[in-house]
Ligand binder design. Structure first.
Ligand SMILES: NC(=O)c1ccc[n+]([C@@H]2O[C@H](COP(=O)([O-])OP(=O)(O)OC[C@H]3O[C@@H](n4cnc5c(N)ncnc54)[C@H](OP(=O)(O)O)[C@@H]3O)[C@@H](O)[C@H]2O)c1
Length: 305
């Protein structure tokens, strides 16, 4: 099968190649999915799990990509709940070969059914950004209606999901980002926007929840804005700046079928819009995943049309 593979950590995304690889076989409770579309997070080659397995052994050549939509072609021993021929979407294990390939072996519990009226391209854009936003807001941040959220990177892949889900939940959303992102962040539902280079973050009133996708000094300034009992949720590495009198949570997104169902239902009924930028075929993926222009929204690779 064809797959996008990396072998050299030092080469970064420029080290990707499209090559022939053996097809995966399903382990216990796995399915094999014929991938139709794969999402992409630009920082993937920096993740330790791209390079080592769970026992910390080198696992290159490593197939990239961790979110997919496709059709099940085989079931592993003991797999229940999904069937051959079913359309699915979901989040692949960080430490296993990924979804930028013709086929992927993946635990069935990491997948949810993809309704027939949702494109594979749309399905592949949702798992990481949608689940991350959902878990950060509702599990770790325990967001309630009437609360305020400072959503960093509000025009980005995760940020547009955070903004929409928080607003739907009845929160007041202050989006942030670069000056060029103002209109997009407001269009996705932010009530107001802070240009991090030119506006003063300190002028933002006390907030109940900070959703941080940036880290560093932005996180530090934001932690100081959190109300007593509020929460800083970070997805960009160890929390370095804790709120004076609140909680901080640093988490990595997990697969969750019920949450995937909630997210795709919102897409179907128009409550949630996707933020897809570039769409390219697998043959053009290396170029598409090494863009020279600024990335705008999720890059989706159509593996098979
Ligand atoms: N822990 C987890 O489970 C998890 C899950 C998903 C993602 N992540 C991580 O979260 C981060 C965001 O992911 P994403 O997919 O949402 O990325 P993205 O689509 O690139 O969105 C990030 C947004 O934040 C903006 N931004 C970054 N630094 C900024 C700064 N200093 N000032 C103003 N705007 C800034 C970016 O603008 P520019 O493009 O111009 O920089 C972009 O609009 C990545 O580091 C990713 O690896 C973690």
């Amino acid at each position: 099968m064809r797959a996008i593979v990396v072998t050299e950590q030092a080469a970064g995304t420029a080290g990707m190649t499209l090559r022939e690889c053996p097809e995966p076989t399903p382990a216990i409770n796995d399915v094999v999915v014929e991938v139709r579309a794969s999402g992409w997070v630009p920082t993937e080659v920096e993740w330790p799990s791209t390079w080592t397995d769970r026992a910390n052994r080198a696992r290159t050549p490593s197939v990239l990509g961790h979110e997919l939509a496709g059709v099940i072609t085989a079931l592993g021993y003991g797999t229940t709940g999904l069937s051959v021929g079913q359309r699915v979407f979901g989040l692949a294990d960080w430490h296993r070969d990924g979804t930028l390939a013709d086929y992927v072996a993946i635990e069935a519990r990491n997948l949810a059914p993809l309704p027939g009226d949702v494109d594979f391209t749309v399905g592949a854009s949702l798992p990481i950004s949608g689940l991350t936003a959902w878990q950060g807001l509702f599990q770790h941040g325990r967001l309630q209606s009437g609360q305020s959220v400072l959503a960093h990177g509000a025009a980005g892949a995760v940020g547009t999901m955070v903004t929409q889900l928080a607003r739907e939940a009845g929160a007041y959303v202050i989006g942030t980002g670069r000056a060029a992102d103002r209109e997009k962040a407001l269009d996705f539902g932010a009530h107001e926007f802070v240009d991090l280079a030119n506006d003063s973050l300190e002028d933002v009133g006390p907030v109940d929840l900070v959703f941080d996708v940036i880290g560093g000094h932005i996180q530090k300034s934001s932690a100081a804005l959190i109300k007593t009992g509020g929460t800083l949720v970070s997805i960009v590495g160890p929390v370095e700046s804790r709120p004076a009198d609140g909680l901080s949570v640093d988490f990595v997104v997990e697969a969750d079928r019920a949450q995937l169902n909630e997210i795709v239902q919102r897409v179907r009924d128009g409550r949630l819009r996707t933020n897809i930028g570039t769409v390219a075929d697998l043959d053009d993926a290396v170029t598409a995943l090494n863009p020279t222009d600024r990335i705008k929204g999720k890059t989706i690779i159509q593996v098979r049309r």
